[in-house]
Design a protein around this ligand. Sequence first.
Ligand code: UD1
Ligand code: CA
Length: 462
Amino acid sequence: MKCAIIMAGGKGTRMKSEQPKVMCEVLFEPMINHVISTVKKMGAEDICVITGYKHEIVENYVKSLDENIKTALQEPQLGTGHAVMQARDFIEKHKGDDIVVLNGDGPMIDAETLTKAYNYHKENNNSITLISAIVEDTNGIGHIKRDKNGKLERIIEHKDATEEEKKINESNAGFYWFNGNDLLYALDRITNNNAQNEYYITDSLEILISAGKNAGAYVVENADVTLGANDRRQLNILNTLMRERINTEHMINGVDIPCTDGVMIGKDVTIGNSTRILPNTIIIGKTTIGSGCTIGPNTYIDNSSIGDDVILDNCKITDSTVESGVDCGPFVKVRANSVLKKGVHIGNFVEVKNSIVGEGTKSAHLTYIGDSDVGSNVNFGCGTVTCNYDGKNKTRCKIGDGAFIGCNTNLIAPIEVGDMAYIAAGSTITNDIPSEALSIARAKQVNKEGWVARKKPYKNQK
Ligand code: UD1
Ligand code: CA
């Protein structure tokens, strides 16, 4: 069985964040989320996260992702080796298993690389297999020292390296496969005799080699998967790389992205083929989009389900369902728990909240539909407002199939408008309307003939 230990105890001083470093986001998800998704995809059956700095934040977050994930507290934080020591119970339980230990601040790692490293690990009957990359910038890395025959010797942290060793451009990526028993053996022997007085997990390489065990390094082809982020500039680079990676995958799957400017798509988003994504569009959370849609420009979708052949032009859609054939925008906001049923048309400057809008209903402009249950084929005139809040409570409006709501109507909730009811423009409706009735709720018009000539109300009027 494959298991994972994710190190997430560090503070991350250089991020200048109030949050632990692993909570800093790449494509709108904390870095640790990416690492957890990857180990799950790779097949890890049991996961332990090491927390430390502001541990409650990380604990609550990982439990919100999956309550089966275990956590172990590292207090104080004395280095990566010390971090793994806190998972001793977890390792004891899995000493017959293969355990991958990962930096929580390395969100670019993918399941394919971990699996290839795992296969290499098993084929060579290794006690430890680390993942390494050839890099241009050797600043701050753990340098991989090999003998003249290329055989692994040890990992030297940049701060402990001699000038000569600092030139070694093979970098330790911070992801290691261990045999469970051998990991326990190494943990018992790691000391803090180094420049930072920290316990380094990287020392386990030399320890296991000295014990006559097999050790290997799986060198990745593309160093991007090994990148981590220690400050905001690096975070920006990771965002760019991951954005390109995800956009490319969608394009290969038949999604049309004629210009990727400002297009940011989260890792858990699925999009059908022949859907077109236009610039400045952010799609995140657990969002699914069907095929044949046009999404954007300037559209934001979070945690929503979008059907086929939907048009969303300059929209913000959150936590909602938009069924096939719906056409929204420009400048439409659909939020919290809304359902737009098939063929709904929502035009400019319309907001829908916590409402169900039935099939074929139209609201072309300047309308607020909040806390409402709207039937099918309803027509909302321009400027309709569902008055759902009395200052204390929110109540619902129910609008029957085929109703016609005249322009500038206020519907004071709670209220029920019957099927096919007809509301005169400018009405403020306070009582239920029966089906097929006409309702007029406005002051009667009075015209006073010749009044202006008699009263002369205007300045300079002769
Ligand atoms: C580490 C490696 C280095 C490698 C680099 C790759 C060690 C000693 N060095 O260095 O060889 O090239 O990653 O990015 O491991 N953490 C804890 N508790 C601690 C310290 C760290 O949980 O006491 C966690 C951090 O939250 C982070 C991860 O371990 O997620 C790595 O720690 P970091 O301090 O960033 O290590 P690097 O200096 O980058
Ligand atoms: Ca790091």
